[in-house]
Design a protein around this ligand. Sequence first.
Ligand code: GLU
Length: 310
Amino acid sequence: MNKNNLQELVTKIQQKHHQDKGGKNASYIPYLASVPAQLSALAVVTAEGEVYASGDSDYGFAIESISKVATLALALEDKGSETVRRKVGDSPTGLPFNSVMALELHQDKPLSPLVNAGAMATTSIIEAKDKEERWARILDFQRQMASERVVLSDEVNESEQTTNFHNRAIAWLLYSAEHMFCDPMEACEVYTRQCSTLINTVDLATMAATLAAGGKNPISQKQVIKPQNIPHILAEMMMEGFYEKSGDWAYTVGLPSKSGVGGGIMAVVPNVMGIAAFSPPLDSAGNSVRGQKMVHELAHTLGLNLFLPK
Ligand code: GLU
């Protein structure tokens, strides 16, 4: 598909869905409830660094759970895949992202780095001498994968740090079972900050494109992630990236993806492109309703399902 056609397709799909109804903003984090529900954007960044975007694509929204992918990538760089697998786990829980029952069922081992428990454990294994260094390395890694525009929002962070009681409880449970590898409240606080950065849809598509391009950010041209770590990250995204609807997404779209309760979705087409969508209203699992429709339609139209026979 040539450049004009791809831009036309991105615009057409974003405009087709931008007034779709259904879903609700996340409300358990006060900031997220206040984001205008009508916002929507769709963006593609190719593995060669071409950018296509439509809608509110420069609006910075809270990255939330999508940050778990960047921290997992950094943990793999720091520790290697066998250590991450042994300490955190590698399998889907089949339960909601903040489930305590999932821990109960598995001797308090988180299983997946893409649920809250596993994400906090992953944050805790990042190499750092103290909290501020842990945070600085994680923020820097989000920026390297996406863009220098990624910033911490004090407003989102304040909203989350003052309401994250459930995550604090999970952090202590992990600690009591020896699945937490730094001070549990440090891990919870840094995890909460990593969820509180603002990213726009083009930069999120760049993050996805870095994963699509073997770990090299196609805009900055910098190799951010070792190529051998990419399959592990994409496997986790395919298994657990869409909360307990990850199976539906794999069945219908067939792309490793990650969503966040801020309304963002990123999807990776290995060696080809990163796709990102944003719109705040969520389905019951926490996935953007319009975002899913936009990514699904784009991927389907372009025949991008990884499992399609050639
Ligand atoms: N900061 C949110 C939490 O920990 C992120 C949840 C998400 O996007 O899944 O609850």
